[in-house]
Design a protein around this ligand. Structure first.
Ligand code: G
Ligand code: G
Ligand code: MN
Ligand code: NA
Length: 254
């Protein structure tokens, strides 16, 4: 299969790139974090989105070296932006199931933090419900090891998978990211507004912060703000952008 052999080559040849999407504090309007999102600059096919190659990378195991590259590249980049003045900027990284199961995950992350000089509290690891619910006891062990490093842990796409509130309480989670599918309907569908509101109040009662994803309109923003959601991420503020464009955006004082 061509994409697979191409991907094998791409890892060694600078064809993978990271884009960054800002996360904005709803109270201050300031950019407080970025989510790193991978793309593949294919020599023939152009820019390929992750939805088209992450599954192949998972199946072939290539996700392990790719994931390590993502982590290192994003930590180096955020450290650079911190030095340039955004001293409290945080970076969010998507972990794949395969990476989550690597027994050296915590030591690999510790090594990258050490090497790049990024403080652990500025690194936010995004996991999904299915990753942590597959084997709850094992997952709690891994999450505790990661928390020992001092990193932040988020549940991505929250609300779309199976999770139980009793387990949520046992996971050392810092952030829930409300899935875009709920945010999208906030202004039109009372159910989506109710679910988004319930996720926020439940998270807060457990001492967990909330980031709403896929925020595209002022109406969604106003509702989330009224519900005391901490942060928003979405096209309303910015789509994911290459590092050079993020620098322009930060320079313009956003
Ligand atoms: O940027 P875009 O909306 O196309 O991303 C689609 C999905 O690809 C994201 O929801 C995310 O789960 C996944 N993704 C993006 N970057 C990475 C990455 O670096 N590692 C992994 N494992 N998944 C990623
Ligand atoms: O990791 P996760 O599955 O949450 O990936 C987020 C994805 O959502 C990225 O691929 C990004 O391109 C996409 N995205 C980010 N903001 C918006 C938005 O406001 N609207 C839509 N439709 N997609 C978005
Ligand atoms: Mn994500
Ligand atoms: Na998500």
């Amino acid at each position: 299969f061509k994409l697979e052999s191409d991907l094998r080559r791409a890892v060694g040849q600078d064809e993978l790139v990271l884009h960054y999407q800002p996360q904005v504090d709803l109270r201050t309007g300031r950019v407080v974090g970025m989510e790193a999102l991978i793309r593949w600059q294919h020599p023939e096919f152009g820019l390929i989105p992750p939805g088209r190659f992450i599954a192949i990378a998972e199946e072939t195991g290539l996700i392990v070296p790719i994931g390590a590259w993502v982590l290192r590249t994003a930590c180096v980049q955020i450290r650079e932006w911190q030095r340039a003045g955004q001293s409290e900027l945080r970076i969010g990284i998507n972990l794949s199931a395969r990476q989550f199961e690597q027994h050296d995950l915590a030591s690999m992350i510790a090594a990258v933090l050490e090497e790049t000089g990024l403080e652990a509290r500025f690194l936010d690891l995004e996991l999904t419900e299915s990753m942590v619910m597959k084997d709850v006891e094992t997952a709690i062990g891994i999450l505790n090891d990661l928390k020992t490093l001092g990193v932040q842990l988020s549940i991505d796409d929250f609300g779309t998978g199976y999770s139980s509130l009793s387990y949520l309480k046992r996971f050392p989670i810092d952030v829930l990211k409300i899935d875009q599918s709920f945010v999208r309907g906030i202004a039109q569908h009372s159910n989506d507004a109710a679910i988004s509101g319930a996720i926020i109040s439940m998270a807060h009662s457990l001492g967990i912060r909330v980031i709403a994803e896929g925020v595209e309109t002022e109406e969604q923003c106003a509702y989330l703000s009224q519900k005391l959601c901490e942060e928003i991420q979405g096209y309303l503020f910015s789509e994911p952008l290459p590092a050079s464009e993020i620098e322009v955006l930060l320079r313009d004082g956003k």
